[in-house]
Write a protein of this length. Structure first.
Length: 345
């Protein structure tokens, strides 16, 4: 089967074509157009994002089909949740019109389920069962993936997502948006002992029965950075690297420890990272340092597949299409929606 994927959940207009069946899938093309205008505002402006998708969606899809060598596809997969509703509606409306005009099936895809599939496009062994850590600007989720389409949500953020925390701390430190790569760069050469922030919701005496065993919270960590930056003895030009390092160390140690807990409790042989923060090299290295000695493989996508992209949407869509699932022309967009296939934790 040959699937056209479309992704417009936030500020990337993306289209991709892939073909295959089961886990034997080949990516024929991937086009990602990022909206750099949001850097001016220090964050994504929903109305601007929606209007940019309107002007970009047709040329982006045309380019993806041209790069794939043919405009012949068997189905269309499109992100319909979660995300910015106006942005999502552009992709959903285009996908339904495209499918209707060509008498093709269309399938709506959950954006976060797409991230679960993304890494397998580059690493064929990144297959269930595995523990997944999805970390992006809008989401932080720890999921036990028993099989494709069968997921247990173990933990999630109770406030700020990891990527959101990076962006807000970057702003406090006078760094550009998006913040993650800039914080990591500045922190790279800093003294790890100059500052230290508490690891949020991380205590040694926690047990799997505790509600905080897998959950994370980063709002307090963000406030700790704010207080450090405003301290009278702090010279931001001098202390920026050390503060960035202390923040990143606290966030990463928390994410790694929560993931290790899930691996041990569910005895999974693999960990798969997904989402924009999964491109953080320091996070990947820390995860491997903890888990590889235990015999656990850690898989992370490259930056291109860690960001929001249509290849992962096409891949997740292919899975659902092969199960006989289809969406009607009443397919709608939703700002929030649970991942399909969730079972009790």
């Amino acid at each position: 089967m040959r699937v056209l994927g479309i992704e417009t959940s936030c500020d990337e207009t993306s289209a991709s074509v892939l073909h295959g069946s089961g886990n034997a899938v080949t990516q024929d093309s991937l086009v990602i157009l990022s909206q750099d205008v949001h850097r001016v505002f220090g964050g994504v402006v929903p109305e601007i994002a929606s209007r940019a998708h309107l002007t970009s969606i047709v040329p982006v899809v045309e380019r993806a089909l041209a790069d794939a060598g043919s405009d012949t596809v068997d189905a269309v997969a499109v992100t319909n949740a979660p995300g910015l509703v106006g942005a999502l509606l552009v992709g959903v409306s285009f996908a339904k019109a495209y499918a209707f005009a060509r008498v093709l099936p269309v399938i709506g895809v959950h954006h976060m389920e797409g991230h679960l599939f993304a890494t397998a496009l580059e690493h064929p062994d990144a297959l269930p069962p595995f523990t997944a850590l999805l970390v992006s600007g809008g989401h932080t989720m720890l999921i036990d993936v028993e099989a494709w389409g069968r997921y247990r949500l173990l933990g999630r953020t109770r406030d700020d997502a990891a990527g959101e925390a990076f962006d807000k701390v970057a702003k406090l430190l006078g760094l550009p948006y998006p913040g993650g790569p800039h914080v990591e760069r500045v922190a790279a050469g800093a003294d790890p002992g100059a500052y230290r922030f508490s690891r949020p919701m991380l205590r040694r005496n926690q047990s799997p029965q505790d509600s905080e065993f897998y959950d994370v919270s980063f709002s307090g960590l963000k406030t700790a950075v704010l207080n450090a930056v405003r301290a009278p003895e702090v010279d931001l030009e001098r202390d920026r690297p050390a503060i960035a390092r202390a923040f990143q160390d606290a966030l990463i140690e928390t994410l790694v420890e929560k993931t290790v807990r899930a691996v041990i409790q569910h005895r999974r042989p693999r960990v798969v990272l997904g989402g924009g923060v999964a491109g953080n090299a320091t996070l990947i290295a820390a995860m491997r340092d903890r888990l590889v000695p235990r015999g656990v493989e850690v898989f992370a996508p490259t930056a291109r597949l860690a960001t929001d992209n249509a290849a992962m949407i096409a891949r997740a869509g292919l899975f659902h299409l092969e199960r006989g699932e289809r969406s009607g022309l009443d397919l709608n967009a939703f700002a929030a929606q649970p991942i399909p296939g969730l079972v009790a934790a």
